[in-house]
Design a binder for this molecule. Structure first.
Ligand SMILES: [Zn+2]
Length: 199
């Protein structure tokens, strides 16, 4: 999937070299040998295939699937969150989160919206555009593929102002969203496309 058309050419994914998989994953998880590394094309960044030269163990690094929700209380009034934790603590975000193993992405987004906002979702619509991201957490660079859902809420009466640990919730008019206050670059691109009417 090519980079979203709305991504600006000035957007730079700053990933410090010491946090990349080939710098962190240096021992074979099966035999413990030090000979665990990307075997070919040293110029390929980021490396996604690792091989143990001692026992032959192969390891493939894939993007983690993640979800983001676009939920309007009324046309042009978007539900957003403010992150209370790193990465991008204090910055704006969208409700959503990582897909668990063997979980459907549409179930993920409903679960995350309940956990973060206490809203029940009655319908989800997958947006026909996806977004990738790379960011450092705990000294390791994670790669994601973000799936966006437009969602319909059963009732806004149950919306909470914060889940107490992860996020605060807020409703912002489309014309008043400061993209520079959005923390994660893929979410910035999603919200930018929402504002421009592309998704
Ligand atoms: Zn090994």
């Amino acid at each position: 999937m090519p980079e979203s058309r709305s991504a600006t050419s000035s957007e730079v994914h700053v990933v410090s070299a010491g946090t990349s998989a080939q710098h962190v994953l240096t021992y074979c998880p099966r035999c413990g040998s030090k000979g665990f590394s990307p075997p070919d094309d040293p110029g390929m960044h980021p490396a996604a295939y690792f091989l143990c030269t001692r026992c032959g163990f192969e390891f493939f690094l894939n993007a983690a699937a993640s979800t983001a929700a676009l939920i309007e209380r009324e046309p042009g009034l978007l539900l957003m969150t403010r992150r209370l934790k790193e990465p991008e603590q204090g910055k704006l975000d969208l409700p959503g989160g990582f897909v668990d193993l063997r979980e459907r992405a549409e179930d993920t987004v409903c679960r995350e919206i309940w956990e973060e906002c206490r809203l029940r979702i009655v319908r989800t619509y997958l947006v026909n555009r996806t977004y990738w991201n790379s960011y450092v957490y705990g000294g390791f660079t994670y790669h994601t593929l973000d799936l966006v859902f437009r969602c319909e809420v059963a009732s806004w009466d149950s919306l909470i102002s914060t889940d107490g640990s992860e996020v605060e919730t807020l409703l912002i008019r489309k014309g008043e969203i400061d993209l520079n206050a959005v923390g994660l670059s893929s979410v910035r691109r999603i919200v930018g496309d929402y504002i421009e009417g592309n998704i």
